[in-house]
Design a protein around this ligand. Sequence first.
Ligand SMILES: C[S@@+](CC[C@H](N)C(=O)[O-])C[C@H]1O[C@@H](n2cnc3c(N)ncnc32)[C@H](O)[C@@H]1O
Length: 221
Amino acid sequence: MFVKSCANNPYVEMMYSEFKCWAYDESASQFRGHWREKVFQSSKDICLDLEIGTGNGTHFAHRAQSHPDRLLVGMELKYKTLVQSIRRSLRAGCENSRMVRGKAEDISQLFAHDEINHVFIYFPDPWPKKKQHKNRLIQAPFVNELHTLMQTGSFVDFKTDDKSYFDWALKVFRHGPFTLIHVSEDLHRSFYKEKNFVTQFESLFLKKGQPIYHCRLLKEE
Ligand SMILES: C[S@@+](CC[C@H](N)C(=O)[O-])C[C@H]1O[C@@H](n2cnc3c(N)ncnc32)[C@H](O)[C@@H]1O
Protein backbone atom coordinates (compact mmCIF):
# COMPACT_ATOMS: atom_id res chain seq x y z
CA MET A 1 0.00 0.00 0.00
CA PHE A 2 0.99 3.63 -0.28
CA VAL A 3 3.08 5.27 2.41
CA LYS A 4 1.24 7.62 4.79
CA SER A 5 1.88 11.38 4.83
CA CYS A 6 4.25 12.80 7.43
CA ALA A 7 3.48 15.90 9.47
CA ASN A 8 5.70 19.03 9.74
CA ASN A 9 7.08 18.67 6.26
CA PRO A 10 6.63 21.90 4.24
CA TYR A 11 6.73 19.92 1.01
CA VAL A 12 3.62 17.97 2.02
CA GLU A 13 1.79 21.27 2.38
CA MET A 14 3.12 22.46 -1.00
CA MET A 15 2.07 19.26 -2.71
CA TYR A 16 -1.50 19.61 -1.46
CA SER A 17 -1.78 23.37 -2.12
CA GLU A 18 0.40 25.00 -4.80
CA PHE A 19 0.87 21.77 -6.75
CA LYS A 20 -2.44 20.05 -6.08
CA CYS A 21 -3.37 20.01 -9.77
CA TRP A 22 -0.01 18.53 -10.75
CA ALA A 23 0.89 16.04 -8.04
CA TYR A 24 -1.18 13.25 -6.53
CA ASP A 25 -1.08 10.84 -3.63
CA GLU A 26 -2.60 7.37 -3.57
CA SER A 27 -5.89 8.87 -4.77
CA ALA A 28 -4.28 8.74 -8.24
CA SER A 29 -5.45 5.12 -8.37
CA GLN A 30 -8.80 6.56 -9.52
CA PHE A 31 -7.10 7.34 -12.86
CA ARG A 32 -6.02 3.73 -13.41
CA GLY A 33 -6.70 2.91 -17.06
CA HIS A 34 -7.71 6.52 -17.85
CA TRP A 35 -4.64 8.71 -17.37
CA ARG A 36 -4.70 10.10 -20.88
CA GLU A 37 -8.33 11.23 -20.89
CA LYS A 38 -8.97 12.01 -17.21
CA VAL A 39 -5.70 13.65 -16.20
CA PHE A 40 -4.27 15.08 -19.41
CA GLN A 41 -7.52 15.52 -21.37
CA SER A 42 -5.73 14.02 -24.34
CA SER A 43 -6.65 11.35 -26.84
CA LYS A 44 -5.98 7.65 -26.29
CA ASP A 45 -3.28 7.45 -28.95
CA ILE A 46 -0.89 9.91 -27.23
CA CYS A 47 2.14 8.21 -25.64
CA LEU A 48 2.35 8.13 -21.84
CA ASP A 49 5.80 7.59 -20.33
CA LEU A 50 6.79 6.90 -16.72
CA GLU A 51 9.87 7.87 -14.70
CA ILE A 52 10.43 5.94 -11.46
CA GLY A 53 12.37 7.74 -8.71
CA THR A 54 12.70 11.18 -10.32
CA GLY A 55 14.97 12.58 -7.59
CA ASN A 56 15.19 16.36 -8.00
CA GLY A 57 13.61 16.07 -11.43
CA THR A 58 16.31 17.22 -13.82
CA HIS A 59 15.62 14.36 -16.23
CA PHE A 60 11.88 14.55 -15.56
CA ALA A 61 11.71 18.22 -16.61
CA HIS A 62 14.10 17.70 -19.52
CA ARG A 63 12.06 14.79 -20.82
CA ALA A 64 8.74 16.67 -20.51
CA GLN A 65 10.22 19.70 -22.26
CA SER A 66 11.98 17.83 -25.05
CA HIS A 67 8.93 15.66 -25.81
CA PRO A 68 5.94 18.03 -25.75
CA ASP A 69 4.00 15.57 -27.90
CA ARG A 70 4.12 12.89 -25.16
CA LEU A 71 2.81 12.70 -21.59
CA LEU A 72 4.96 11.94 -18.56
CA VAL A 73 4.17 10.66 -15.08
CA GLY A 74 6.84 10.56 -12.37
CA MET A 75 6.78 8.43 -9.22
CA GLU A 76 8.67 9.52 -6.12
CA LEU A 77 8.70 8.46 -2.50
CA LYS A 78 9.95 11.72 -1.01
CA TYR A 79 7.80 14.85 -0.88
CA LYS A 80 10.73 17.22 -1.30
CA THR A 81 12.01 15.65 -4.50
CA LEU A 82 8.46 15.22 -5.75
CA VAL A 83 7.84 18.96 -5.36
CA GLN A 84 11.24 19.79 -6.90
CA SER A 85 10.40 17.61 -9.90
CA ILE A 86 7.01 19.05 -10.70
CA ARG A 87 8.16 22.61 -9.98
CA ARG A 88 11.12 22.21 -12.34
CA SER A 89 8.88 20.89 -15.07
CA LEU A 90 6.29 23.65 -14.66
CA ARG A 91 9.02 26.31 -14.65
CA ALA A 92 10.19 24.89 -17.95
CA GLY A 93 6.69 25.63 -19.23
CA CYS A 94 5.52 22.00 -19.40
CA GLU A 95 1.92 21.03 -18.83
CA ASN A 96 2.40 17.45 -20.05
CA SER A 97 3.76 16.04 -16.78
CA ARG A 98 2.36 14.95 -13.41
CA MET A 99 3.92 13.47 -10.27
CA VAL A 100 2.61 10.73 -8.00
CA ARG A 101 3.82 10.25 -4.47
CA GLY A 102 4.09 6.53 -3.97
CA LYS A 103 6.18 3.39 -4.07
CA ALA A 104 7.02 2.06 -7.51
CA GLU A 105 6.21 -1.40 -6.21
CA ASP A 106 2.55 -0.31 -6.10
CA ILE A 107 2.53 0.50 -9.81
CA SER A 108 -0.35 -1.85 -10.62
CA GLN A 109 -2.65 0.25 -8.46
CA LEU A 110 -1.92 3.25 -10.70
CA PHE A 111 -1.83 1.85 -14.21
CA ALA A 112 -3.81 -0.74 -16.16
CA HIS A 113 -2.55 -3.29 -18.70
CA ASP A 114 -1.04 -1.70 -21.83
CA GLU A 115 -1.40 1.83 -20.41
CA ILE A 116 2.27 2.90 -20.29
CA ASN A 117 4.82 3.52 -23.01
CA HIS A 118 8.50 4.09 -22.18
CA VAL A 119 9.80 3.69 -18.60
CA PHE A 120 12.90 5.36 -17.12
CA ILE A 121 14.60 3.94 -14.03
CA TYR A 122 17.70 5.95 -13.26
CA PHE A 123 19.93 5.21 -10.28
CA PRO A 124 17.44 3.36 -8.09
CA ASP A 125 18.60 2.86 -4.51
CA PRO A 126 21.24 0.07 -4.75
CA TRP A 127 20.66 -1.56 -1.34
CA PRO A 128 24.25 -2.91 -1.39
CA LYS A 129 24.26 -5.23 1.63
CA LYS A 130 23.18 -8.80 1.02
CA LYS A 131 20.44 -8.65 3.63
CA GLN A 132 19.08 -5.51 1.87
CA HIS A 133 18.84 -7.09 -1.58
CA LYS A 134 15.19 -7.91 -0.97
CA ASN A 135 14.54 -4.14 -1.02
CA ARG A 136 15.87 -3.68 -4.53
CA LEU A 137 13.26 -2.45 -7.00
CA ILE A 138 14.37 -4.81 -9.75
CA GLN A 139 12.83 -8.14 -8.79
CA ALA A 140 11.20 -10.67 -11.11
CA PRO A 141 7.58 -10.00 -10.02
CA PHE A 142 8.03 -6.22 -10.48
CA VAL A 143 9.58 -6.65 -13.92
CA ASN A 144 6.75 -8.98 -14.99
CA GLU A 145 4.20 -6.44 -13.76
CA LEU A 146 5.92 -3.60 -15.62
CA HIS A 147 5.88 -5.69 -18.81
CA THR A 148 2.13 -6.23 -18.49
CA LEU A 149 1.46 -2.52 -17.96
CA MET A 150 3.53 -1.39 -20.95
CA GLN A 151 2.52 -1.25 -24.61
CA THR A 152 4.27 -3.39 -27.22
CA GLY A 153 7.17 -1.52 -28.86
CA SER A 154 7.96 0.47 -25.71
CA PHE A 155 11.25 0.30 -23.81
CA VAL A 156 12.61 0.44 -20.27
CA ASP A 157 15.81 2.45 -19.83
CA PHE A 158 17.88 1.50 -16.77
CA LYS A 159 21.04 3.16 -15.40
CA THR A 160 23.04 2.57 -12.24
CA ASP A 161 26.52 3.26 -10.88
CA ASP A 162 26.45 0.04 -8.85
CA LYS A 163 28.07 -2.94 -10.58
CA SER A 164 26.59 -5.45 -8.16
CA TYR A 165 23.06 -4.07 -8.70
CA PHE A 166 23.62 -4.01 -12.47
CA ASP A 167 24.64 -7.68 -12.52
CA TRP A 168 21.63 -8.47 -10.33
CA ALA A 169 19.29 -6.52 -12.62
CA LEU A 170 20.69 -8.09 -15.81
CA LYS A 171 20.10 -11.53 -14.36
CA VAL A 172 16.47 -10.65 -13.58
CA PHE A 173 15.99 -9.01 -17.01
CA ARG A 174 17.52 -11.97 -18.89
CA HIS A 175 15.10 -14.37 -17.21
CA GLY A 176 12.13 -12.03 -17.71
CA PRO A 177 9.72 -11.17 -20.53
CA PHE A 178 11.63 -8.24 -22.11
CA THR A 179 14.25 -8.38 -24.86
CA LEU A 180 17.57 -6.80 -23.90
CA ILE A 181 18.49 -4.56 -26.82
CA HIS A 182 21.45 -2.71 -25.32
CA VAL A 183 23.91 -3.40 -22.50
CA SER A 184 26.85 -1.17 -21.63
CA GLU A 185 29.26 -1.30 -18.69
CA ASP A 186 30.42 2.21 -19.55
CA LEU A 187 27.61 4.29 -21.01
CA HIS A 188 29.84 7.34 -21.47
CA ARG A 189 32.09 5.35 -23.80
CA SER A 190 29.20 3.85 -25.76
CA PHE A 191 27.22 5.24 -28.69
CA TYR A 192 24.37 6.03 -26.26
CA LYS A 193 26.49 8.81 -24.73
CA GLU A 194 25.41 11.30 -27.39
CA LYS A 195 21.70 11.04 -26.63
CA ASN A 196 22.15 10.42 -22.92
CA PHE A 197 20.85 13.01 -20.44
CA VAL A 198 23.06 13.20 -17.34
CA THR A 199 20.87 13.05 -14.21
CA GLN A 200 21.75 14.64 -10.87
CA PHE A 201 23.08 11.39 -9.39
CA GLU A 202 24.84 10.47 -12.61
CA SER A 203 26.81 13.73 -12.55
CA LEU A 204 27.99 12.94 -8.99
CA PHE A 205 29.25 9.51 -10.07
CA LEU A 206 30.86 10.89 -13.22
CA LYS A 207 32.77 13.46 -11.15
CA LYS A 208 34.19 10.56 -9.14
CA GLY A 209 35.27 8.87 -12.40
CA GLN A 210 32.87 5.94 -11.96
CA PRO A 211 31.50 4.10 -14.99
CA ILE A 212 27.75 4.23 -15.59
CA TYR A 213 26.04 0.93 -16.28
CA HIS A 214 23.16 1.08 -18.73
CA CYS A 215 20.73 -1.24 -20.41
CA ARG A 216 17.60 -0.91 -22.48
CA LEU A 217 14.79 -3.47 -22.61
CA LEU A 218 12.17 -3.75 -25.31
CA LYS A 219 8.65 -5.07 -24.96
CA GLU A 220 8.40 -7.01 -28.20
CA GLU A 221 5.09 -8.77 -27.69
C1 LIG B 1 19.41 7.64 -5.97
S1 LIG B 1 18.04 8.64 -6.28
C2 LIG B 1 18.14 8.91 -8.06
C3 LIG B 1 17.35 10.11 -8.50
C4 LIG B 1 17.36 10.41 -10.00
N1 LIG B 1 16.76 9.34 -10.75
C5 LIG B 1 18.75 10.69 -10.49
O1 LIG B 1 19.27 9.89 -11.30
O2 LIG B 1 19.34 11.72 -10.11
C6 LIG B 1 16.71 7.51 -6.12
C7 LIG B 1 15.36 8.19 -6.01
O3 LIG B 1 14.34 7.19 -6.04
C8 LIG B 1 13.40 7.45 -5.01
N2 LIG B 1 12.88 6.13 -4.61
C9 LIG B 1 13.51 5.20 -3.88
N3 LIG B 1 12.77 4.09 -3.76
C10 LIG B 1 11.62 4.33 -4.44
C11 LIG B 1 10.43 3.58 -4.69
N4 LIG B 1 10.29 2.35 -4.19
N5 LIG B 1 9.46 4.14 -5.43
C12 LIG B 1 9.60 5.40 -5.92
N6 LIG B 1 10.70 6.16 -5.73
C13 LIG B 1 11.69 5.64 -5.01
C14 LIG B 1 14.16 8.15 -3.93
O4 LIG B 1 13.31 8.93 -3.11
C15 LIG B 1 15.17 8.97 -4.72
O5 LIG B 1 14.68 10.25 -5.02
